[in-house]
Design a protein. Structure first.
Length: 721
């Protein structure tokens, strides 16, 4: 499709980033092999703190996140590495994993800092005061920025500095560069009155009492600088005291994660000189090797494949590519460290790129304009299918693809009675999506949709990027901005016009997607028969159901490196697998805490449930979301909790929707949509089941024999099968 001009050169910036030797470049992140400590391996070595089987570095990080965030266990790591082997990149990657995943980012306070910069602060304070002042300042500033825990931060500031002193800091909350120096000066004045470590534990305890799901993460880099001077003993004392108190006071049951990174020699010196400390943390060390041939090849392939995707049809491409393939970094030193390899290899590729492609625009789609038009048409019709069924009122108009900027453009618009109610914004790249490209797409999207991706309370706007590949991390970043990645080779749609009735169409859609939460071993073997996901991993997947979504599967199942995740993601994108909730939980908001406990118990018994619609705002958004659930059949049954608080107003609307779905399901598919009333425990008279629910069999939690919760979970599972 070179006949369509476009001025875009993201590959050039990518090569500049890699050859410049920046600390963290997600576009060349490779999933490094990890083996157990003591194996004498040439690969990175580490032990899983949760005792799961771990084979990759990314798997280790995800396992640590699950261990700390989901199980609430203190997670401590030393990253021991030679300079240039990627220790800083590892910390930044962990930070990104937390940031892009709603499962973590919505309940995390993450503080990253460089000890070398801390040591450069010249004042008379001890290293311990500087260290904790930095941690406390960043922690409290981040808490002030989060509405649901802001009150705890203001309360702590008042405890420390009084109302007037706290107000001075609160007034500076919008500017971190102002807040931190003010906090440091104020804390220096009162530090003799407090044990800084106890202040940190006090903050964590207050948050745990109020919002127990929050986790505190501290990523500390450049340990070497603190251990080379007089601060050595102070830093060791800080961490010995911290580790001892965490075990003594909390038995490690505290939502706290700490990573310290330094060179191997320094970490060995830090740990090895103290037998007690060595016993406590020796299993927590990650020995990061300088680099391995397989890792260098992985980075090389990522660079080369993007070059071919962007410029593969140009006349002199094969000549240029032969030069790229002939690159030999024969100097052993140039292959010793990841950072050196990236710098040297990308530097040479950049020079070749400049001679052949600097004045050329990148290819954006593998195919003809007609094939791109067809794909865009299918994407829009699938997302807007609920509207275009009403052909009397709705119509899609597609824009011409000639002379377009395929970095970002409006490809189509949805009209209702002649008025535009939604737009489809898209772009295309012919290579694995780069962060630079995704950032540019997101910026342009924000300019045209400053209020978010919901248009006029009716139809949803669409945002999608067409590309042959996308890293799992970047997929998560796109999701945060409600942007869909579409693989043109794997995008599939069930053409509804081939089905005689809506009931037959619904059956086909249901059959095409296997629910992981209820799947059998043989079914998963069939789904993954064309991949290298074998029986061991399939059994591991089945042993850890249920999963609320793909994110949770990646967290709970070990040995899933980037390649295997990509294969599972492909099956999900192809609609061959899905994740359905066993039940929608409907409850009066006054009963929320009791229902949350029951939800957790059901989850432990293998039932994934949904109970978040009560958190939505009233009006069209709520109605639309509920209609989407009914349309997608994302949950199999409804559980309605009844107590002395009676049926709440939102709950009444939900019940009406459930009953309508039951009637509709019977008429369309000749099967029931189960509704299960559940009577919550009460010391007094048992609440009455509403008249419109009395025709359904209910569960009474006041009856202890047989176990009512077990009966409820088994009933939901039976309906889900």
């Amino acid at each position: 499709m070179n006949e369509i001009p476009e001025n875009s050169q993201f590959i050039e910036g990518f090569l500049r980033d890699v050859s410049g030797g920046k600390d963290f470049i997600p576009d060349i992140w490779v999933d490094r092999t990890v083996q157990s400590q003591g194996t004498g391996s040439e690969f990175t070595t580490a032990n899983s703190l949760s005792r799961q089987s771990i084979s990759t570095l990314e798997g280790l990080l995800v396992d640590d996140l699950n261990y700390c965030f989901n199980k609430g266990i203190f997670t401590f790591r030393f990253i021991a590495a030679v300079a240039g082997s990627g220790k800083t990149s590892l910390l930044h990657y962990l930070q990104e994993l937390i940031r892009v995943s709603p499962r973590y980012s919505k309940k995390a306070i993450v503080v990253y800092f460089d000890l070398s910069k801390l040591l450069s602060v010249s004042n008379s304070q001890s290293f311990g005061i500087k260290f904790y002042s930095k941690i406390l300042a960043e922690t409290l500033w981040k808490m002030l920025c989060i509405s649901d825990i802001r009150g705890v931060a203001t309360s702590v500031l008042k405890e420390l500095f009084g109302n007037d002193g706290a107000q001075i800091l609160i007034d500076a909350e919008r500017f971190e560069m102002v807040f931190q120096p003010r906090f440091n000066r104020s804390f220096a004045d009162i530090s003799s009155n407090y044990q800084p470590q106890e202040v940190l534990f006090h903050i964590i305890s207050l948050i745990s009492e109020m919002r127990s799901e929050y986790t505190f993460v501290y990523l500390v880099d450049e340990l070497d600088d603190a251990l080379k001077g007089d601060e050595h003993g102070q830093l060791k004392s800080i961490f010995k005291s911290l580790l001892n108190d965490i075990y003594r006071e909390y038995k490690d049951e505290i939502r706290l994660m700490m990573y310290l990174a330094g060179t191997s020699e320094i970490v060995k010196k830090f740990i090895g000189s103290d037998r007690a400390l060595e016993r406590r943390v020796s299993q927590s060390v990650v020995n990061l090797v300088a680099g391995h041939k397989n890792e260098f090849e992985g980075i090389k392939n990522k660079i080369n494949q993007r070059i071919r995707g962007a410029y593969g049809t140009y006349d002199r491409f094969e000549e240029a590519y032969r030069e790229i393939e002939s690159i030999r970094l024969d100097n052993p030193d140039s292959k010793k460290f990841l950072s050196d390899f990236c710098r040297d290899y990308a530097g040479i590729v950049r020079e070749i790129y400049g001679r052949y492609f600097e004045d050329k625009s990148e290819r954006f789609f593998e195919g003809t304009p007609n094939e791109l038009s067809t794909l865009i048409k299918e994407i829009c019709e699938q997302v807007w299918r609920v509207y275009i069924r009403d052909s009397n009122n709705y119509e899609i108009k597609f824009e011409s693809l000639r002379a377009k900027d395929h970095t970002f453009n409006c490809y189509a618009k949805l009209f209702k009675n002649g008025h535009c109610v939604a737009s489809a914004y898209g772009g295309a790249r012919n290579y694995e999506i780069l962060s630079r490209y995704a950032d540019e797409f997101t910026k342009r999207l924000e300019l045209v949709e400053p209020q978010g991706m919901n248009s006029s309370g009716q139809a949803n706007n669409i945002a999608f990027i067409i590309a042959p590949d996308c890293s799992p991390l970047l997929q998560e970043k796109l999701k945060l901005n409600q942007i869909q990645w579409v693989n043109p080779l794997e995008f599939k749609i069930v053409p509804e016009e081939n089905h005689e009735t809506e009931a037959e169409s619904t059956k086909v859609l249901e059959q095409s997607s296997l629910d992981i939460n209820t799947a059998k071993y043989e079914e998963l073997v069939r789904i993954f028969s064309d991949t290298y996901i074998g029986p061991g991993i399939i059994n591991d997947i089945l042993s850890k159901v249920p999963y609320k979504d793909l994110d949770e599967l990646f967290e709970k199942v070990s040995n899933l490196g980037q390649s295997r995740r990509s294969k599972i993601q492909e099956k999900y994108n192809q609609r061959l697998i899905c994740f359905k909730f066993g039940a929608f939980l409907s409850y009066n908001r006054k009963d929320k805490k009791r229902v949350e406990k029951i939800a957790e118990q059901l989850y432990q018994q293998g039932v994934a449930v949904w109970m978040d619609v009560n958190e939505l705002q009233p009006g069209e958004v709520w109605q639309q979301r509920l209609e989407e659930f009914i349309e997608s059949d994302i949950f199999r049954t409804a559980v309605v909790f009844i107590s002395k608080n009676n049926i709440g107003p939102w709950q009444r609307r939900e019940i009406d929707a459930f009953i309508r779905k039951d009637i509709s399901t019977q008429s369309r598919l000749n099967k029931n949509y189960p509704i299960i009333p559940v009577i919550l425990r009460s010391r007094g008279e048992r609440p009455l089941v509403p008249p419109n629910l009395q025709g359904y069999g209910w569960v009474d939690l006041n009856n202890r024999n047989p176990d009512p919760l077990k009966a409820l979970s088994e009933t939901i599972k039976r309906y889900s099968a």
